[in-house]
Every structure is written in C-alpha cells, then in structure tokens.
Design a protein around this ligand. Structure first.
Ligand code: SF4
Length: 347
C-alpha cells in the first residue's frame, strides 16, 4: 500500500484519536420563492442530524428521495455550508475553519457519485484525471506522480495500459473503478458514496461493493454510504441511519435494524425488501405495534411540513400526540437503536 502523499500546504497534524466524522445537530435550510408577491418559504432539507463515524467503519444512509440524503452528502463534502450545527472531520472543526484549513479538509473527504458516465471528463485521459489532485495538492515530481497513478490503477483492478485511454473506452464498472481511484489519489480517510452502484448491472455492483470493502479494510477508510438499496446497505454498513424529510427517524447497528426495525417508517422500508425466495421480509413489530403494511400516501411537501411527527399523515399508528408533538430521537431497546417515535417510546 502506498504512503499518503504530502499535502501542500501542510496542515497541523490531525488528531488521530478523534472520530473521523462528527455531525452535531447539523441542519441545512434553503429560502425559496413561492411566487410573485408571496413571502419566501423555508425548505428544511436537513434538520438536526447527529452521528459519529469512526475510522474503518461504514454508516449507511437510507430513505426515500427528498429525505435529505443528498443534502447531507453535500454538507459532509463541504460543497454546501450547514445553516446550523457543527461538523468535525478528523478532529478538525469544519464550520469555523479558515480558508487554508478548509482547503486541507476538502482533501480529507472525497465523493463517489452515482453516475460513472457523467462524473468523468470525457476529454481527459485517465492518467491526466488521476494526476490532477496530486499536481494541485502535493510537491511530488512528475515521475513520482506517474508512479502513484499506475499504482492506484492496479489497486482498483485496472492495468497500466488503461492510463492513456479515455473514459468512453471503458465499461460502467471500470469507470466506477476509475472514479474510486480518483477519489483516493490524496489518500483521504473518508469517502461519501451517493448511490455508487445503482447505475451498474447487478453482477458489476457486487464487484464494486467488494472493491470498496477491500479498500476499506486495507486503508481503514470511513464510508458514508447513501443508497435506497437495502441489500447494498446490508452488505457494507456497520451502522444505519434512516431519514425522513430531513430528520433521522431511526439509527441503529446494522444487525439490530435488519433484525427488527422499530420506527413505523423503517418497518415499511424493510417490509418491502424481497427475500432471496421472492417473498417479502416479515418485520417483527415493535412492542405491541402492528407494522404498517404500506404507506398510505405520498410524503408531504418539504415546503409545508405538518406539525408534530412529519410521518403522521402516512402512519397508521398516528394519534393526537403524533399530530401535535415532534418526537425526539431517543434510545430504544437494548440493541443500540435510537428511534424518533412516540409509540415506540411509550411501548
Ligand atoms: Fe407514527 Fe406517531 Fe410514531 Fe410518528 S410518532 S411514526 S406518527 S406512531
């Protein structure tokens, strides 16, 4: 395995003992226009999200589209600043970092996108794309950089002769390998992967997931892995966070959540996952709750969230308290689960 390249300018040594990622009450709100002569509205795309990720571990993030997964990814990769809350990467506070430190932080977290066709510049050779981050951020010579590029190609399962080819000359799986190689050129400790296998054939998906898992073991990488595919999450995640309309409704170790999701929304998601024999999973209900078999309606507009629990209009277990009071995320059960649901809390 190659040593991490020296970054230029060199930052103060990061705290190796600190958790890789700490999000504390992280929020991202947008002001949007409702139309002429209408007051602006606020979209709470991300609302009070907290979690900790250690090195070498994977946090899986699941939820329907519009639940805040991609907003979270943009906040974690410093593409967008949070409107409230704190974010720490490798022990360094992001929200108060000066420009030099933010430049360094951007090298510590890299993104792997869903679409390997769109995320690579079609006019650049692979060698050029992999060389760019080294050229911009390290004092390495051209020969040293070339050596690192070739070594990285080998690491992700490609060959030296691929270096001089263009992206269109590769299959989808190979392009995702190139995207992963590019993300790893500066040896970041943290990767945020947004549906990285959903555009690939099923057989290729498994190869990419195995590559990510091997790289994680070799390099102690931390992953935030966003996917709507619970099979993929089960394969890779250590802990799972279920999001609904910008909030975390359940967070738990993978084994506990896959054995017994507690939040009614998680129960719906898990009940929809087919087993290998084609049947649906049977979800054990929390306490005396009857698991909702299907969602009753579409989610409410993020522009006009209902009071109380944002899930109450779709939840068959909703009562008056649910319609009035926002449930807090609290520990539930002995398996390390955290759930935001009045009925689970009462049960
Ligand atoms: Fe359903 Fe109420 Fe729990 Fe929300 S708080 S998920 S509405 S039971």
């Amino acid at each position: 395995m190659s040593a991490a390249p020296t970054l230029n300018p060199a930052p103060a040594a990061p705290d190796a003992q600190a958790p890789l990622l700490v999000a504390d009450d992280l929020s991202r709100h947008y002001r949007v226009s409702r139309g002429l002569f209408q007051p602006q509205a606020t979209v709470r795309a991300l609302n009070g999200v907290s979690f900790t990720l250690q090195r070498g571990r994977t946090l899986g993030v699941v939820g329907e589209s519009g639940c805040g997964k991609s907003t979270l990814a943009r906040a974690l990769t410093l593409v967008e600043a949070p409107t409230a809350g704190r974010l720490q990467i490798a022990g360094t506070e992001v929200t108060t970092a000066d420009a030099a430190r933010r430049r360094w932080l951007r090298t510590q977290v890299q993104m792997v996108f869903q679409n390997p066709y769109g995320s690579l510049n079609p006019r650049k050779r692979i060698a050029q794309m992999l060389d760019e981050p080294l050229k911009l951020n390290t004092p390495l010579t051209a020969a040293e950089r070339q050596e690192r590029v070739l070594r990285m190609l080998e690491t992700v399962g490609l060959r030296a002769e691929h270096a001089q080819r263009y992206p269109h000359m590769f299959s989808g799986g190979q392009r995702q390998r190139i995207a992963i190689a590019r993300a790893l050129m500066l040896s970041p400790p943290l990767l945020v992967a947004d549906e990285p296998t959903s555009a690939l054939d099923v057989s290729v998906q498994a190869q990419i997931l195995n590559l990510l898992r091997d790289l994680q073991r070799e390099r102690q990488l931390g992953y935030v892995f966003i996917s709507h595919n619970l099979g993929v999450i089960e394969h890779l995640a250590d802990e799972v966070m279920v999001m609904y309309l910008g909030r975390v409704v359940e967070r738990a170790p993978k084994a506990a959540l896959f054995a017994r999701p507690l939040h009614p929304y998680s129960q719906v998601l898990w009940a929809a996952v087919p087993r290998l024999d084609g049947a649906r999973r049977v979800v054990a209900p929390a306490a005396d709750l009857t698991p909702p078999s299907a969602l009753r309606s579409e989610p409410p507009s993020p522009l006009n969230l209902p009071p109380g629990c944002a899930f109450h209009q779709r939840c068959p277990l909703a009562d008056a308290r649910c319609r009035a009071e926002l449930p807090a995320l609290r520990p539930a059960g002995a398996a390390g689960q955290w759930v935001a649901c009045h009925r689970v809390e009462e049960g």
